[in-house]
Design a protein around this ligand. Structure first.
Ligand code: BG6
Length: 471
């Protein structure tokens, strides 16, 4: 028997840059995604090009009412979305916010409220204003802390009675591997020194702590969390060299949660910094600010990886921006992401043992090619049993972790409606319960269709997880 808490927050997740479209409407400035037509796979362009699927997205900007109604039909308790920073401050460093941008999110939150859906808002989801990247080199520059402070103060104040749950930075640890997408850092990755990279990380960590402080001052009921890309790292073999290699790799990621949850740099970072010639500037004031720890820890979970101390066994995994060696015992998705439901139970336990803070799984899901077929009643649907299997097996492991004693606040599947992929900027890599008729060549009607998984998830929510045991 799986017992999910009564107030468990079931829902789905999106990000502005992957679904809104309307990239230059109502005063929005350009953000870094507008010049990444092929995601992480190819170099960025100087200015937006028509083949960038994100410029149009799935047109959520104009269709949010229809989409939120569909989420409500599934019974969502929570909807994770991000605010596009450049809708509010088009350049990022502007003195005054853009009222049309603020109004758009007022409308979205009001629509959620109509159905009793709690918004869960990511303040920065891979969408730094382009101007901040080009003029300031993104988070390398300490001025970004002030610009971010201004932005979060504006949205916290504006939405203080509409939004309770906030996340400061999406997958903050991904900056280690994707400095432009994650940290708006314009300097090419190959030219970036480790000190510059960790200085940028330090600035983000300070900004995140500052946001937590400001948020709690504006509304003490706010629940503010960090968000990391979780990646259980198993030793490739029982060889102690592999175990130590896995531990050291793991530290690179837990470093981010350690600072957010404990309020200071972890002891192991001293050695890492020394051995990698990393020097960062940290003021006394910043050290104090870091003590503003988060209320909860949120994370994405898609896969686990292995690590080895033996260079000759180091095979590159496919599709995973964080690196790691593939696990020979696991199957993979069509995009090479290895599927490991038990890894989710493992990571939930690992984080809870370490921090004793509530946990929120804010991304999990399967990117797959779907086929739209006739449903036999004059409509269209997708028989996505593969997606149902993936989600069911992961949710069962969430239930196991809850049984282990882990405090889990909720679960939002990634891309609850089909949207544009972050890593490849494709629409054919679909995650949704709702099919969007839009294709990578720009064709399609944008019509929405309910997939088989739509009805499956509705039932899971309705029974608060009990139906997972019937299948
Ligand atoms: C996470 C991101 O890394 O994974 C999302 O927070 C992203 O923005 C999701 O979309 C799935 O990755 P992808 O590359 O399949 O879109």
């Amino acid at each position: 028997m799986l017992t999910f808490p009564k107030n468990f927050l079931w829902g789905g997740a999106t990000a502005a840059n992957q679904c809104e479209g309307a990239y230059n409407e109502d005063g929005k400035g350009l953000d870094i995604q507008d010049v990444m037509p092929h995601g992480l796979m190819t170099p960025r362009t100087e200015r937006p090009t028509e083949d960038n699927m994100k410029l149009v997205g799935i047109d959520f900007y104009h269709r949010y009412k229809e989409d939120i109604a569909l989420f409500a039909e599934m019974g969502f308790k929570v909807f994770r979305l991000s605010i596009a920073w450049s809708r509010i401050f088009p350049h990022g460093d502007d003195a005054e916010p853009n009222e049309a941008g603020l109004q758009f999110y007022d409308n979205v939150f009001d629509e959620c409220k109509k159905y009793g859906i709690e918004p869960l808002v990511t303040l920065s989801h891979y969408e730094t204003p382009l101007y901040l990247a080009e003029q300031y080199d993104g988070w390398i520059n300490p001025k970004l802390i002030g610009f971010y402070e201004n932005y979060v103060r504006t949205v916290f104040t504006r939405y203080k009675d509409k939004v309770k749950y906030w996340l400061t930075f999406n997958e903050i640890n991904s900056i280690l591997h994707a400095p432009f997408m994650s940290g708006g850092i314009n300097t090419p990755k190959e030219e970036l020194t480790q000190s510059q990279l960790y200085q940028a990380i330090h600035h983000e960590l300070v900004a995140s702590a500052l946001a937590t402080k400001i948020g709690h001052e504006i509304n003490p009921d706010f629940q503010i969390g960090c968000m990391v890309l979780s990646l259980p790292i198993y030793p490739l073999s029982p060889n102690p060299n592999d175990v130590i290699a896995a531990m050291e790799k793991d530290h690179l990621n837990t470093f981010f949660i350690d600072v957010h949850a404990r309020g200071h740099y972890p002891s192991y970072s001293k050695r890492y910094f020394r051995e990698n010639n990393i020097e960062i500037n940290m003021t006394k004031e910043e050290e104090e600010l870091l003590k503003n720890t988060v209320d909860f820890i949120s994370f994405s979970y898609y896969m686990s990886v292995c690590e080895t101390g033996d260079e000759s066994k180091r095979i590159a995994g496919r599709g995973n921006i964080m690196g790691g060696v593939p696990n020979p015992t696991l199957e993979a998705s069509e995009w090479g992401w290895q599927i490991d439901p038990q890894g989710l139970r493992y990571v939930l336990n690992q984080f809870y043992d370490r921090y004793q803070k509530p946990l929120f799984i804010v991304e999990n899901g399967l990117g797959a090619v779907d086929e739209l077929i006739d449903d036999g009643n004059g409509g269209k649907t997708v028989n996505d049993d593969y997606r149902i299997n993936y989600l069911r097996e992961h949710l069962k492991q969430v239930g196991e972790a809850i049984d282990d004693g882990v405090e889990v606040m909720g679960y939002t599947t990634w891309g609850c409606i089909d949207l544009v992929s972050a890593s490849t900027a494709e629409l054919k890599k679909r995650y949704g319960f709702i099919y969007v008729d839009r294709n990578d060549d720009g064709s399609g009607t944008m019509e929405r269709y309910k997939k088989k998984s739509f009805y499956w998830y509705k039932n899971v929510i309705e029974t608060n997880g009990d139906s997972l045991m019937d299948q």
